[in-house]
Design a protein around this ligand. Structure first.
Ligand code: DGY
Length: 319
């Protein structure tokens, strides 16, 4: 069975793939063009893409050999699932294994924004730190503040646990439905049926909904206007969920005290309006970037390819 891997994967996973299949890797780690992705559909039985590959209908129409897209990652808004299904191509992802790493990055961003850590580091490295003083780079405490989670899936719950049990925050959330009562009780979490109400009640808002058409610009100018003056916005989900022009305006005016972003609408581009702002922390999509997690993601993708090769049900099938 021929398997095409579109980016470099951790060594251990690449070796395991090569032992079991005729795997073509990407040693140069350069992104494949749309034409190369389409060609892969024609030449390989399995394609193993990542979030940086756009698998639209035109790419999927590139060939009829590929029967499985085993995505390395949990998010799949970069794959046209309807087009894949129409062509009889199964799609899998890697849920569960990146929950803790991503929740850690959400808290990293929240702490960095609230405690002005990015500003401080930039100042120090620029040789502009003039010494300790009571009014220097004063941020906000998190204890007793309300963290509002937009979406209450695995990563949101892991983020809420850290915020509640580690930092003494109050937890509120908005989602399609109430979460497991045991989780709600553990977190003493307040459920909001309407997003604007959650935004108005939170001191910090963290986004945990999938990307794609349904959530595009969910956090637009009107939503940001609902957020409390002096509050914080954290995004580890997908860049397209936020209107970045509106966000930059709110940060500039001081309506929001800060923001922490790990994802952007057209990565690796970062909206220019944000780059000059001191009160936004900008990370390069590091949510799952621990050695342990990246290996676990690869092994999960591999398990799906192996199940496919054996003709068994796919453990993480999404289409
Ligand atoms: C995912 O898995 O979707 C992440 O965004 C990549 O870490």
């Amino acid at each position: 069975m021929r398997v095409r891997v579109t980016r470099r994967w951790p060594d251990a996973v690449e070796q395991a793939l090569q032992q079991r299949f005729e795997a073509v890797l990407n040693d140069a780690d350069e992104p494949l063009s749309q034409a190369e992705l389409a060609q892969a559909m024609a030449e390989f039985d399995v394609l193993c893409p990542t979030v940086s590959d756009r698998l639209d209908a035109a790419v999927l129409a590139g060939g009829s050999r590929c029967r499985l897209i085993a995505n390395y990652g949990v998010g799949f808004d970069h794959i046209d699932l309807a087009a894949a299904t129409a062509r009889g191509i199964a799609v899998t992802n890697t849920p569960g294994v990146l929950t803790d790493a991503t929740a850690d990055i959400a808290l990293t961003l929240l702490l960095m924004a609230a405690r002005r850590a990015g500003e401080g580091e930039r100042e120090l490295r620029a040789g502009q730190w003039s010494g300790w003083r009571p009014t220097h780079l004063v941020g906000s405490a998190l204890a007793g503040r309300t963290l509002g989670l937009v979406g209450m899936g695995r990563i949101a719950i892991a983020t809420a646990r850290r915020a509640k049990h580690g930092f003494g925050m109050n937890i509120a959330y908005y989602g399609r439905r109430e979460c497991d009562p045991a989780v709600a009780a553990e977190l003493d979490a307040e459920f909001f049926r309407e997003l604007p109400d959650l935004l108005a009640a939170s001191d910090c808002v963290s986004l945990h909904v999938p990307g794609g058409a349904e959530t595009a610009n969910l956090i637009d100018a009107a939503a940001i206007a609902r957020m409390k003056p002096g509050s914080y916005l954290i995004n580890t989900a997908r860049g397209g969920i936020v209107d970045h022009a509106a966000l930059a305006g709110a940060l500039e005016r001081g309506h929001l005290a800060g923001a922490g972003l790990d994802v952007y609408p057209h990565e690796p581009q970062v909206p220019a309006a944000l780059l000059g702002l001191d009160n936004v922390v900008l990370l390069p999509h590091l949510g799952s970037a621990t050695a342990e997690t990246r290996i676990a993601m690869g092994m999960k993708a591999l398990a799906n390819v192996e199940a496919f090769a054996r003709g068994e049900p796919l453990p993480d099938r999404i289409a």
